[in-house]
Design a protein around this ligand. Structure first.
Ligand code: HEC
Ligand code: HEC
Ligand code: HEC
Ligand code: HEC
Ligand code: HEC
Ligand code: HEC
Length: 382
């Protein structure tokens, strides 16, 4: 009896050790602020100190906010108007120390004057902070780590599960096997969920929505400033696709409008930069039908007189554009079965003599899109 107990205790310890090693390994593999670029003679920034300043772990001034609270590493579902940590670091890396200092201690520009306040940083601290940002711009944002709480619960459940297993096979202290099973099931469910979420955070899941290269908001443009959809997506009226406007079209207004209420100069400066250097803005496409399906915008918005919102929802309320419908075959067919077409006044439908006759004789009071061939396989699958 004594023997089995100590045996089980030691196997419990092995489990515990195993978990601790796993945790230590997984939490240290990513702290990769290595010191590269050593130049002989020149002073080296202390990157660790720079990182702590960035997170506000070392005071950057009384009432000063941590850089990391605005310039975040990771994207979220709701819009964060501040430049992301990486984009900000890329701009900072190109600045000399004097410019960097003035942006933080004596900022100019409406937005910078509002956000970069209360900083009290010595030249040495600025040097270390700048060094950290230069390194960040170079090596990119590290992979997401689990939060301490998640890790602790993960660990605790691991230990509980281990103990439950040990008790089933060795110690046999608790008679009701159901308790063991419940503990193990709850543990597995939680750990499975944590692993799934971690995978989503790493961008391996289809739900993952990457950030657009510029924080373009439909709400700011189509609602707050009442710009018509067709001003930017004019192609929808005449062509197959609606098209995304070029930087040149943005410049019609942003030649003058250089300051955003929410984002300051940072995002709009990217348009000017793309325009002046003749670069395309690499918008990430959201709606995408498979290649074997043919869809034509002008057929729907021009001939069919449909509103954009019927298919895309209330785009004018979105800061971050989301796909509203699943674009499945069933979705197309359903709408064709229930939506009327303007049959009488459209030359396009002259050839449907039988239907015209039915309408005239009152046998039909309306013609749906499906009645005029919208649901024939060949119309969508050429
Ligand atoms: C309250 C939010 C906030 C905090 C805190 C903050 N920033 Fe910023 N930062 C901004 C915004 C917003 C901009 C864009 C301003 C603009 O372009 O008008 C910006 C711009 C910048 C830029 C780019 C400057 C430029 O002109 O393009 C740098 C570099 C920068 N921040 C560094 C820092 C550092 C370093 C810290 C911490 C010491 C920090 N920021 C703290 C919001 C913040
Ligand atoms: C000022 C120009 C502008 C206006 C006005 C505008 N858009 Fe856009 N639209 C864009 C840009 C730029 C993108 C690409 C960035 C994005 O997806 O947010 C886009 C993307 C889209 C997309 C997604 C494209 C994709 O990748 O699948 C849809 C749908 C869309 N717009 C619909 C509308 C509708 C509906 C309106 C009117 C309520 C409208 N837009 C008004 C510029 C504009
Ligand atoms: C018809 C005029 C017009 C066009 C075209 C236009 N914009 Fe704007 N944009 C505005 C106005 C007005 C604002 C609001 C400025 C403010 O906040 O006072 C704005 C604001 C912005 C902002 C800052 C938002 C904020 O609140 O900080 C960004 C970023 C932006 N536009 C990007 C674009 C891009 C990208 C394009 C081209 C795809 C574009 N705009 C085309 C008029 C336009
Ligand atoms: C919100 C309703 C609606 C949705 C959703 C819809 N359609 Fe349509 N579609 C119509 C209407 C209305 C017409 C008839 C337009 C007209 O009057 O010519 C039409 C016509 C068509 C036609 C032309 C048929 C012909 O006679 O030549 C094709 C092809 C088509 N749709 C493809 C699609 C595809 C592909 C999808 C899905 C990706 C889709 N539609 C989704 C309403 C819709
Ligand atoms: C009948 C449904 C329907 C209507 C109405 C509709 N769209 Fe679309 N839209 C789609 C579908 C489906 C796609 C995906 C097309 C593809 O992947 O080939 C799409 C894609 C887009 C895109 C992505 C880029 C592109 O060139 O295709 C934009 C932008 C867009 N729509 C804007 C608009 C605007 C603006 C209107 C109103 C003027 C509008 N749409 C009306 C169904 C619709
Ligand atoms: C109104 C347009 C439309 C018509 C009509 C239509 N389809 Fe489709 N079909 C689609 C769309 C859109 C998809 C893509 C669905 C997706 O990606 O989820 C699709 C996908 C498919 C696929 C691939 C299935 C898959 O899971 O990817 C097949 C096979 C198919 N259609 C067969 C047909 C046949 C057979 C007919 C005639 C009875 C037909 N379709 C009529 C729009 C249409």
């Amino acid at each position: 009896m004594v023997k089995t107990l100590s045996k089980s205790r030691s196997s419990g310890k092995i489990f515990l050790k195993f978990f601790l090693i796993f945790l230590i390994v997984s939490s240290t593999t990513n702290v990769g602020a290595q010191e590269k670029h050593s130049q002989k003679g020149a002073p080296e920034p202390d990157l660790k100190v720079g990182e702590r300043l960035y997170y506000g772990l070392i005071s950057t001034g009384e009432d000063a906010k941590a850089c990391a609270s605005c310039h975040t590493y990771y994207t979220s579902d709701t819009i964060n108007w501040n430049p992301s940590a990486l984009e900000m670091a890329q701009v900072a890396a190109d600045m000399d120390l004097a410019t960097f200092k003035s942006h933080l201690l004596t900022p100019s520009g409406a937005m910078r004057e509002k956000v970069h306040i209360n900083y009290e940083l010595t030249d040495e601290q600025l040097f270390n902070l700048h060094g950290y940002l230069t390194e960040l711009a170079d090596s990119g944002v590290p992979q997401k780590k689990m939060s301490i709480n998640t890790i602790l619960i993960f660990l605790l459940l691991g230990v509980l599960m281990a103990v439950a297993l040990v008790d089933i096979f060795f110690t046999k202290k608790i008679k009701f096997k159901l308790i063991h099973i419940l503990i193990i099931m709850a543990g597995l469910a939680y750990q499975g969920k944590v692993i799934a979420h971690t995978l989503i955070d790493f961008g391996r899941s289809p739900d993952y929505m990457p950030d657009q290269p510029i924080k373009f908001s439909h709400k700011v443009h189509a609602q707050d400033n009442q710009i018509d959809c067709n001003y930017c997506h004019y192609n929808a009226q005449h062509g197959k696709s609606a098209g995304i406007p070029s930087a040149g079209l943005c410049m019609n207004c942003h030649m003058v409008v250089r300051n955003g209420t929410n984002s300051g100069q940072f995002e709009i400066a990217k348009i000017v930069d793309a325009y002046e250097n003749n670069n395309d803005i690499e918008w990430i496409r959201i709606h995408n039908l498979p290649d074997h399906v043919y869809f034509n915008h002008s057929q729907h918005v021009n001939a069919g007189q449909l509103d954009c919102a019927e298919c895309h929802g209330t785009v004018e309320e979105m800061h971050i554009l989301k796909q509203e419908n699943d674009l499945s075959m069933g979705w197309c067919l359903d709408c064709h079965k229930k939506t009327n077409v303007n049959f009488r006044d459209n030359d396009y439908y002259k050839t449907f003599e039988a239907l015209h006759k039915d309408i005239q004789e009152g046998a039909l009071d309306s013609i749906k899109a499906a009645d005029v061939g919208a649901n024939d396989c060949m119309n969508c699958h050429h």
